[in-house]
Design a protein around this ligand. Structure first.
Ligand SMILES: *Cc1c(COP(=O)(O)O)cnc(C)c1O
Length: 428
C-alpha cells in the first residue's frame, strides 16, 4: 500500500497541531510509522487519502456500532442542521433521547448530556463527591476514564496508598485523592477502603475493561464491588463510555445483573457526534444544578445535531432484537478464526472477548489486569499491526486497545480478516 498523501498531510499537520493529531493515540507512536489520514467511510470500511480501503476495527474507537455513515444517523443530522445548529436554549429532542436512554438503562431516572466521555466521568465523580460529602475516589490501574486531572494518576510508590500524577500539570494535591486498585482484585480494593475509612466517595470502574485490551470482570468482581460499596456507603460508578448500548442494550448493568449508582456514557450514545452523558437515580441526580448544588454546565451540551445523531442511533439499537447477539456471533467467529491461525504458526497469544469487543494479547498468561496486559510482547504487536494494515485491516495502533466489531461487517469481511491474520502470523 502507498501512503503518499497521508505522509504529506501528516507533515503539514505537525507544523500547526502538536504531533499532528488532536488525540495522541492517533499518532502511531506506539507502533511507529505514519498515521493514515481518513478521507471517508461507509459501512465496515474506511478509505484513506491515498484511496486505500481498510476493513475497520477501530470504528472511531467505538461509536460506529452499526457501521460508518449509517443512513438514519446521517439523515437525522442533515435534517436537524437545516433548522439551526445550536441555540443555548432547551429543545424537545433532548427530552426524547433522555426518555429513550432512561428506558433502556436499568436503575436510572434522569440523565444529563455533555460533550465527551471525559466530561461525563469528570462530572460523575464531582456528583458522587457532592452527594457523598467525601473526597477520595478509587480507580483501577489500566482503566481509562478520560483525561481529567483526577484520572491521570498512577499507583504511588511503596507503602503510600494514594496515587501520584502520571502527567505533568496534574498536581500532587489532586493525586492524593485518587487511590489505585488492581482490576479483578477485590482484596486490593478492601485494603484501600480499610486504610481510608469513611473518606471514599466512589469507586469508578470500567465494568468490562476496554482500555488495556478487553478484560472482562471475573469471579463476580462487579458483584463484590457492589457489596463493598453498600457496606461502606460508597457510590459505585460504572464508566460505560465504551460498553454502554454495546454489550447489551442496557449496558453491563444488564449484562452482569449488577446495579451501579452512577453510569457514564459516551461513544455509541452520540452515534459518532461528540456526546457524553451520565445518569443515576433521582436521589443522586437531583443534587445537580439547577436542582441541587453540584455545579455542571455546557454551552453546547445537548446540541441538536448531536442529539439527533444519538437519538437515531439508540432508536436503531433498541428496535433491533437480534443486534447484540449478531455482534457477539461475529466476534466469536473472529475469535475462533484468529486462534486457529495463530496456533497454526505457534504464535503465543491470549484472546479476550466480551460481546462485540475482542483483543489479542501476545502473551501466554491469562490477561486479567493491567500488569498481565503489560506482559504482551510489544515488538510482535508492532509487526502484527503493520502487517494487518498492509493487508487492508485497520486495528488500533496500540496493544492496549480493544477491537470494535460493527454490525456492518459481513462474514466475507470476517473471513478476509482471518486470512490476513493467517498471512501475517507467518511473518511474526
Ligand atoms: C473513550 C473513553 C473515555 C473518554 O471519552 P472521550 O469521549 O474520549 O473523552 C472514558 N472512559 C472510557 C471507558 C472510554 O473508553
Amino acid at each position: 500500500m502507498l501512503y503518499k498523501r497521508s505522509s504529506a498531510l501528516f507533515k503539514n499537520a505537525k507544523n500547526v497541531i502538536p504531533g499532528g493529531v488532536n488525540s495522541p493515540v492517533r499518532a502511531f507512536k506506539a507502533v511507529g510509522g505514519t498515521p493514515i489520514f481518513a478521507k471517508s467511510a461507509k459501512g465496515a470500511y474506511v478509505y484513506d487519502e491515498d484511496d486505500n480501503r481498510y476493513i475497520d476495527y477501530i470504528n472511531s474507537w467505538g461509536p460506529m456500532l452499526l457501521g460508518h455513515a449509517y443512513e438514519p444517523v446521517v439523515k437525522a443530522v442533515i435534517e436537524k442542521a437545516k433548522n439551526g445548529t445550536s441555540f443555548g436554549m432547551p429543545t424537545e429532542i433532548e427530552t426524547k433521547i433522555a426518555e429513550l436512554a432512561v428506558s433502556m438503562v436499568p436503575n436510572v431516572d434522569k440523565i444529563r448530556f455533555v460533550n465527551s466521555g471525559t466530561e461525563a466521568c469528570m462530572s460523575a465523580v464531582r456528583l458522587a463527591r457532592g452527594f457523598a460529602g467525601k473526597e477520595k475516589i478509587i480507580k483501577f490501574a489500566g482503566c481509562y476514564h478520560g483525561h481529567s486531572d483526577s484520572f491521570l494518576i498512577q499507583a504511588g510508590s511503596g507503602a503510600v496508598t494514594f496515587g501520584s500524577p502520571n502527567s505533568p500539570g496534574v498536581t500532587q494535591g489532586t493525586a492524593k485523592d485518587t487511590l489505585l486498585a488492581r482490576y479483578n482484585d477485590i482484596d486490593s480494593v478492601k485494603a484501600l477502603i480499610e486504610a481510608n475509612k469513611d473518606e471514599i466517595a466512589c469507586i469508578i470502574v470500567e465494568p468490562v475493561a476496554g482500555n488495556m485490551g478487553c478484560i472482562p470482570p471475573k469471579d463476580n468482581f462487579l458483584q463484590k464491588l457492589r457489596t463493598l460499596c453498600d457496606a461502606h456507603n460508597i457510590l459505585l460508578v460504572f464508566d460505560e463510555v465504551m460498553t454502554g448500548f454495546r454489550l447489551a442494550k442496557g449496558g453491563v448493568q444488564e449484562l452482569y445483573g449488577v446495579d451501579a449508582d452512577i453510569i457514564c456514557f459516551g461513544k455509541v450514545i452520540g452515534g459518532g457526534l461528540p456526546v457524553g452523558a451520565f445518569a443515576a437515580r433521582n436521589e443522586i441526580m437531583n443534587h445537580l444544578a439547577p436542582l441541587g448544588r453540584v455545579y455542571q454546565a455546557g454551552t453546547l451540551s445537548g446540541n441538536p445535531l448531536a442529539m439527533a445523531a444519538g437519538l437515531a442511533m439508540l432508536t436503531a439499537i433498541k428496535n433491533d432484537k437480534d443486534l447484540i447477539q449478531r455482534l457477539a456471533d461475529k466476534t466469536e467467529y473472529l475469535h475462533k478464526g484468529f486462534a486457529r491461525a495463530l496456533d497454526t504458526y505457534n504464535i503465543t497469544h491470549t484472546i479476550n472477548r466480551e460481546g462485540s469487543m475482542i483483543s489479542i494479547h501476545f502473551s501466554e498468561e491469562e490477561v486479567v489486569d493491567f500488569e498481565t496486559a503489560a506482559k504482551g510482547d510489544n515488538p510482535t504487536f508492532k509487526s502484527f499491526f503493520h502487517g494487518m494494515l498492509n493487508e487492508g485491516i485497520y486495528i488500533a495502533p496500540s496493544a492496549y486497545e480493544s477491537w470494535f466489531i460493527t454490525d456492518a461487517l459481513t462474514y466475507t469481511d470476517l473471513d478476509e480478516t482471518i486470512r490476513a491474520v493467517e498471512k501475517v502470523a507467518q511473518t511474526l
